[in-house]
Design a protein around this ligand. Sequence first.
Ligand code: CA
Length: 465
Amino acid sequence: MARQSATQTARLAALALAGLALALASPGRPAVAQSFLDSLFGTRSTGTVTPTSAQPGGPSAGGAGGTRDWSGESGSSGHPEMTADAITAAAAQFPACIARLWPDAARRGISRATFDTHTAGLTPELRLMDLMDAQPEFTKAFWDYLDLLVSDARIKRGREVVAQNAATFAAVEKAYGVDRYVVAAIWGVESNFGTQIGDRSVVRSTATLACVGRRQAYFRDEFLSTLEILQRGDVIPDHLKGSWAGAFGPTQFMPTSFKRYAVDFDGDGRRDVVDSRPDMIASTANNLKKDGWEAGKTWGYEVVLPQGFDFLLADSSRWHTMQEWARLGVTRPGGKGFPRPADKAYLLVPAGSGGPAFLMLKNFRVIMKYNPAEAYAMAIGHLADRMRGEGPIVQAWPRHERVLTSAERYELQTHLVRRGFDIGGEPNGRINAKSRSAIKRWQSTVGLVPDGFATASLLDRLRSR
Ligand code: CA
């Protein structure tokens, strides 16, 4: 989904990586659901077209929403608006809540006819309360995540769609300066090239979330923005379907992101990111451009670290020029050089000292604005490179390492806190940058390589001392 914004909202999809459950969830960001990604990893059901998901749930298709109803249980977030009683009470007030949004809608230029057409008889889909509050328990190792998203099939299909849309991609590259393979990779990862875009009504999902649950203020804007899209006639109303959070189209635009980034590239007067490939491709490129994409530059390089390398340098806050990294003995596999020695990058070692290392440039952080997870951005960048004809990652992943469970990550944090290391808060089972930093400092004190990688053996050692 195209997201990110001035509001610094961050997608909730907590991609858990090799036990490093990335703390993606910035509190203000809605769980901008990724239909395809979520279905792939089972982090939450998004109602996408997958065998295990709910059927399209119209108001008559099963009460609260399709074949799978709301669990009726209080949410796991502990938020007062997520208790079963609060959800039931808010649902009873749903028609009145929607009616109260009319003045805001009118101020946005939405006509009474449009408002009535899309809200008459609308019911909340309470199943979303389970989805928005789901704790992503399913964790994937970084390498498993890449294997799934950068598969041979997806590389092949990506090359096909780039070839089939060559003229459009060329025009978009010229207009926005964004690499066609990166846009194609987002298309491939977000929706498997448009085959899995989600089947929930964006109006119903955003209306539900605007009136029920713990993110109503955020989703009021999404709901009203959805009505604006319908008022303008940018997208065919029946095609405005998507993930449970309202992300729609092949590259999963949220309604507010649509407003910010969508462009009419085919010149028919409509910004149709669902049914017009030129509009969809150009809008996605425009999103990246507005987020700071540097034309003609890559996102990053796989690098080899010298023996005895100081892993404390692998830190997203430590940016150095490629020349400086080279001076520290960092090289590219196969002896390739760094074409732009003055460009700055930070070192990412996603699976510890026993795995590959990468130097990440500005464009990597731009991809992370689309979805704030290093594994996501890595998958996009690597898939793009592979479509372009470059080879796989050369260095081996530590595939023998087991991914820590949520309980084990919690325990690991608890041990660190007891030893006086700051993990940036209370133990929560999410190994974020602060926790990784605490791991590194503890590793340093006991003579281990300070790579911040949370492994089972590391937990064992913390337990025994
Ligand atoms: Ca158009």
